[in-house]
Structure formats: structure tokens, C-alpha cells
Write a protein that binds this ligand. Structure first.
Ligand code: CA
Length: 232
């Protein structure tokens, strides 16, 4: 099997070395970039499988790098943010990043994020776009019938709960921001939409949790940021 190649974009050499050493000892291949220009160049010439991108770079803003890469590539991007505020993570996710890590992060966190992204990549390759059903652990969505099953038992969802679940399923494993979700479901992102989203998400999760025999958590909350369907 080919090793996964990770492009590490980080101007702080200590952090960059920590990441590349971790990657090396866990059987990943890596490419390094210390600024935005070389990040863009390495992305187009070496076509990495995953990009780890520090948002605070000396030359180009991390958010701009995401936007530029997204004009030609769907490569998964995990951003590394030094700031504890959620706004830059939200901007990054809304600009097309897939996931985030907050500094300081542990080696285990880094590896966990990479594994989630790899699972997403693998399932993207194996999904037939014509496929009319979605499966994740005990959960199954029959798009043609508009029905949802947990362990082959039908769960009754309201139309909005169903739309929410389909949106999360379509982006299985990816963190979706509140804005992204409310825009998709209601076409707007007012505070009232955000409040509705919380309510619908709570009822949706209750229904999923009640029917799950494994006790697995299907929907993960990212406080202040959004939600993600866990890829099981
Ligand atoms: Ca930096």
C-alpha cells in the first residue's frame, strides 16, 4: 500500500520538526513548507494526500491559502490554529478546510485527526455517486425512500431533522460550521436559525442515540463552531 503523503505547512521550525518526526515514526511520508508561497507550490507539484496548514504564516494568510487551493483541489486540509478564539477556525472551515487542531496539541491529537481524514478519503474513493443508500456503523439512509434506519429499525425524523442528517452524512467525518449548516437548511444564518439548529440537532441526536445499540456517538458537537458526523 502507498504511504499517505502529508504536506506540513508551518513557519515555526520547532513545531514543524515535531510534526514531521511524528509523521515519520508513524509511517507517513511528508513534504515541508515554511511559508505560503512554497505551500502553494508544493501542493501543485507534489499533490499531497493531506495538508496540515498553520494559519499564521509570514507571507500569505492561511485563509487565503485555503481559498486558493480550493479553486483547483479538493485535498483535505487540517488547519493548525495558534489562537484560542474560534473565529479563525470557523473562517477556515467555511473557506474549505476539513478539520482543525489548536496549538498546543498533543501527538495523539495530531494522529487522531489524520486518521479521521484518512478514513474520509478512503470512503470518498469507495462511494459510488449513484449509490442511493448511505451506511455508517448501524446507521443507514435510504435516499430514494427518504427513510433512516438504525440496526434495520426505522427511525422517524421530521423533514428538517432528515435534511440535517443528510447534510452531515454527505460530509461524513468533516466538521461543518453553524453558518454552513444553517445556510444549507434555511438559506440564511440569523441568530434565530442558530437557535433552531441547536433544537433540531438535540432532537435528532436523541433519536439516533435511543436506537443505537452500540452506544456510539454519531454526531459530535464542536462547541462554538459546529457539528460533525463521526465516521464509524
Ligand atoms: Ca505560525
Amino acid at each position: 500500500m502507498n504511504k499517505t503523503t502529508v504536506l506540513v505547512v508551518e513557519d515555526d521550525s520547532a513545531v514543524r520538526n515535531l510534526i514531521t518526526t511524528t509523521l515519520e515514526t508513524h509511517d507517513y511520508k511528508y513534504i515541508k513548507a515554511a511559508n505560503g508561497q512554497s505551500a502553494l507550490m508544493e501542493t501543485s507539484t507534489h499533490k499531497p494526500d493531506i495538508i496540515l496548514l498553520d494559519l499564521g504564516l509570514p507571507d500569505i494568510d492561511g485563509i487565503d491559502i485555503i481559498k486558493r487551493i480550493r479553486t483547483w483541489s479538493e485535498v483535505p486540509i487540517i488547519v493548525i490554529s495558534a489562537r484560542s478564539e474560534d473565529t479563525d477556525k470557523i473562517d477556515a472551515l467555511d473557506s474549505g478546510a476539513d478539520d482543525y487542531l489548536t496549538k498546543p496539541f498533543s501527538v495523539d491529537e495530531l494522529l487522531a485527526r489524520l486518521r479521521v481524514t484518512q478514513r474520509r478519503l478512503a470512503s470518498m474513493k469507495n462511494t459510488d455517486p449513484e449509490d442511493s443508500t448511505f451506511t455508517n456503523g448501524e446507521l443507514r439512509i435510504d435516499y430514494a425512500a427518504g427513510s433512516v434506519f438504525m440496526n434495520d429499525e426505522e427511525i422517524h425524523l421530521t423533514p428538517i431533522e432528515y435534511k440535517l442528517l443528510c447534510l452531515l452524512a454527505k460530509n461524513n467525518g468533516k466538521v461543518l460550521t453553524h453558518n454552513f449548516i444553517t445556510n444549507n437548511i434555511w438559506g440564511s444564518s440569523f441568530d434565530s436559525d442558530l437557535m433552531s439548529l441547536r433544537v433540531f440537532m438535540t432532537t435528532l441526536r436523541k433519536k439516533l442515540d435511543k436506537s443505537s445499540k452500540s452506544g456510539q456517538q454519531y454526531i459530535q458537537t464542536h462547541v462554538g463552531i459546529g457539528y460533525r458526523m463521526n465516521k464509524l
